[in-house]
Design a protein around this ligand. Sequence first.
Ligand code: XUL
Ligand code: CO
Length: 442
Amino acid sequence: MQYFVGEQEYFKGIGKIPFEGKGSRNPLAYKYYDAKRLIGGKTMEEHLRFAVAYWHSFCADGTDPFGSSTITFPFAKSDRWEHAVAKADAAFEFITKLGAPFYCFHDIDASPDHDDAARYEKDYHRMADELLRRQQESGVRLLWNTANVFTHPRYMNGAATNPDFNVVSRAAVQIKASLDVNVKLGGANYVFWGGREGYMSLLNTDMKREQEHLARFLMMARDYGRSIGFTGTFLIEPKPMEPTKHQYDYDAATTIAFLEHWGLEKDFKCNIEANHATLAGHSFTHDLQVCADRGLLGSVDANQGDIFNGWDTDEFPTNVYDTAQAMVVILKNGGLGNGGLNFDAKRRRNSTDDEDLFIAHIGGMDSFALGLEIAQSIIDDGIFDDFVKARYSSFDSGEGKRFAEGKMSLSELADHGRGATIEKRSGKQEYLNNLLNSYLFG
Ligand code: XUL
Ligand code: CO
């Protein structure tokens, strides 16, 4: 099969990743992700809509707060523009060899940042032309892009929520340019992750005012995006903290309440990241379900945290127990629509071989493919659904139905309660845990 390699091949010795199936021990082959295999009427590729994240895969060099870079990229160049062009070549080569249909990026992952706004915009538009050409040649599509308005020191007090109007307006330069670039590249979604949209101390913060500014900013972005022909979904990515002490888009429920309060829910949905949900004290499935229940599940940043520490370790997802449960919610949601599964995940700092980048993605894709397969059998068999339905069956007829339909007063409800016979009914959690294991392990 043909695949895209730019003028120079960067990942030499690694070809298109094949599907070898269960039992293969080849680290550079899929064991479960068989792109064209049909599951419940759609191919795995259509269900899973995998995306590669530019910032981790082609920018993060292993630097952490305790040590300098460990990873040397094969495309490294000393000139910043030449580096960005070589990075684009390497990225499209990598994504094509992997066979992922989508990619995602922040403005300054792909294009050099400059303090001079005009120079920043000029380079970004030039880079968009470079990316567009590679998209057309390779067939890889843009799942979403976003603006990095959290790294530069000017954003240390926030971007849209900064107490200084001049900083807010400088953030608009990046967000407007990113929307222009999105439309040029045919992006399916546009993401806002408010890394510094929160506070470090309430003693210096007018929280109400900052949230009003955030809402105002999002409305302006929506109106501008729609005016230039962006028809995709705007996404907010919740995270409770890190780098701020408290981020306003704390979790799915908080974000949805914010969107609904400001009337933004028709254009915006949530991008749920597994490790952000766990950082907020929820399971990944919990935040997906909160969104699905409100029709606001837009997309997913697929990763996992470490159970032994609380922060955002952004590991590649390998826990099939979680991917299977996540895929149940996603399938019942009717899929992710415009969204997809973006690997907002990085290989560990000491995984320094080029092939480790492939192996990490292969593991993530296989874990979700296996999760999908398991989820489809769980749904097809309907045992969990039947159990849950039976548990609430007292609301399906008679007085219970009248209550659920809002046709009963509190006095009538109490009248029913006086004569009600209450039987003890087990929640059967252990039975259900064991049943889930039987789907995972046969
Ligand atoms: C940070 C994070 C971001 C967003 C995009 O925790 O998840 O990379 O996904 O800005
Ligand atoms: Co993310």
